[in-house]
Design a protein around this ligand. Structure first.
Ligand code: AMP
Ligand code: ZN
Length: 471
């Protein structure tokens, strides 16, 4: 696989440090509110990265942290009059609700900053002993000027960085670029003991400490959104590489922004749709599809139209799957030379699908191949195919869909292929009406189902439902 490396600004062959294994660290959410659709972009695209590497035979260890202590978490706790840990607990739970809805697999290791204070302190101690850290009246700071490679990821000249950082006022810092490793507690704030006084970790140090502790000094892939390049990842590099003398990561991957009206979707601008809102309107899996419809480094604009189109495309995929499941059990055709010839073309689609993902995770092209195959499958199975053909097509379809994580069951409300109980009961009621030759009632139920977006077809093999595919 070739991966665009933000560090070198080039596509490079992915070369894991230990053959057959890949250690991936992805910066996770600060848990103080519901995630928005922009936050879901790294979750979904790097979930596909993980699935694709695994499908290629690699043993992947995926680590994603929770920032459970930070100014925003503390502010919210103060406003609500509850401990910060209650805010963190609640929004970690909400995070999992959305992540599971989106079909994002759980990280193998999901450390919380507050569970890693010992590792954080020992890393700060190393930096302190090596002269990379110093104390001020409000905490311990990183001495940026001592790290000559500072700026290598964001490729900004130090002078520019210094200029940009000047707005931040803090007493006792040697340089405006220096950043906090440990923040001394103000009265009433949650705190942990340390050699420098009661306090809490800065944001950047938590990732350096957790990544090093769980995956070793050099990660195979470090990923996150593009806004994390500076200062967060630049600072992680400064901390980890100064402490260990080894590169923090071989490959740096950053997803582009999701925007709304062409401005980055962000909490601070207030132009957000939460994943929860969007899922209620379009289904979680339509959001997932939408986020995979563009290359992960390209900008992507959120709109009702795109989400509707994603939902319609997903319906095509699900309908083909549903039809193949049905045909695999009910078709009565016999295998033919024509079927054989078509079967022989299926591995070619898979090869092109893999090639698209091998090219810097091009999910847009991979989806293109999948839908090309779906069109052919629909044409080839339109009559009365053999069960063997339906079965082979179904397996080919699921093989690709599984890497993209597109066909999954998380309950009907979340857009799964299964019908909800009410719809299922209606279909049965209509069957019963038809059997009793009450055609008026059968037609009435068919119309009712249509308003729910479910179309019924009376096929030679029996009655079959499918979802409406138009937007
Ligand atoms: P945060 O909680 O703001 O640190 O964001 C969590 C993750 O979402 C990070 O990887 C961010 O880079 C990413 N992110 C935030 N906003 C957007 C956006 N509008 N588009 C894409 N990624 C985003
Ligand atoms: Zn991080």
């Amino acid at each position: 696989m070739r991966i665009y490396n933000t560090l070198t600004r080039e596509k490079e062959e992915f070369a894991p440090i230990r053959p057959g294994k890949a250690g991936i660290y992805c910066c996770g959410p600060t848990v103080y509110n519901l995630i928005h659709v922009g936050n879901a972009r790294p979750m979904v695209v790097f979930d596909v990265l993980r699935r694709h590497l695994e499908a290629g035979g690699l043993d992947v260890t995926f680590v994603q942290n929770f920032t459970d202590i930070d100014d925003k978490v503390i502010d919210k706790a103060v406003r609500e009059g509850v401990p910060f840990s209650e805010i963190a607990r609640r929004y970690i739970e909400e995070y999992y609700t959305d992540a599971h809805g989106l079909g994002v697999r759980d990280a193998d290791i999901a450390p919380r900053a507050t569970d890693c204070v010992a590792q954080i302190l020992s890393l700060i101690q190393i930096l302190y002993d090596k002269g990379f850290a110093y104390t001020t009246p409000d905490g311990v700071y990183y001495r940026v000027n001592k790290f000559p490679d500072y700026g290598k990821l964001s490729r900004q000249p130090l002078a520019d960085l210094e200029e940009g950082a000047r707005v931040e006022i803090s007493s006792g810092k040697e340089s405006p670029m220096d950043f906090a490793l440990w923040k001394l507690a103000k009265p009433g704030e949650p705190s942990w003991p340390s050699p420098w006084g009661e306090g809490r970790p800065g944001w950047h140090i938590e990732c350096s400490a957790m990544a090093g502790d769980r995956l070793g000094q050099t990660l195979d892939i470090h990923c996150g959104g593009q806004d994390l390049i500076f200062p967060h990842h630049e600072n992680e590099i400064a901390q980890s590489e100064a402490a260990h003398g080894a590169p923090l990561a071989r490959h740096w991957m950053h997803n582009g922004f999701l925007s709304l009206d062409n401005r980055k979707m962000s909490k601070s601008l207030g132009n957000i749709f939460t994943v929860r809102e969007a899922a209620n309107a379009y289904g979680y899996d339509a959001i997932r599809y939408f986020l995979l419809s563009a290359h992960y480094r390209s900008p992507l604009n959120y709109s009702a139209d795109s989400l509707e189109q994603s939902r319609a495309a997903l319906s095509r995929l699900k309908n083909t799957e549903g039809r193949l499941v049905f045909l695999r059990q009910n078709a009565t055709g016999t295998p033919s030379a024509g079927e054989e010839a078509f079967l022989a073309t299926l591995p070619g689609y898979k090869a092109r699908f893999d090639a698209a993902l091998d090219d810097d995770l091009n999910t847009a092209d991979a989806l293109g191949v999948l839908f090309e195959m779906i069109r052919e499958i629909n044409a080839q199975t339109a009559g009365n195919p053999s069960r063997a053909l339906a079965d082979a097509c179904l397996r080919a379809l699921r093989e690709q869909a599984d890497v993209l994580g597109l066909l999954y069951t998380v309950g009907a409300a979340a857009g799964a292929n299964a019908l909800d109980d009410e719809t299922e009961a209606l279909i049965e009621k209509r069957q019963a009406a038809r059997a009793a030759r009450d055609f008026a009632e059968a037609d009435r139920i068919r119309d009712q189902l249509k308003t729910l977006g479910i179309l019924l077809e009376d096929t030679p093999q029996g009655v079959k439902w499918r979802r409406e595919e138009t937007v």
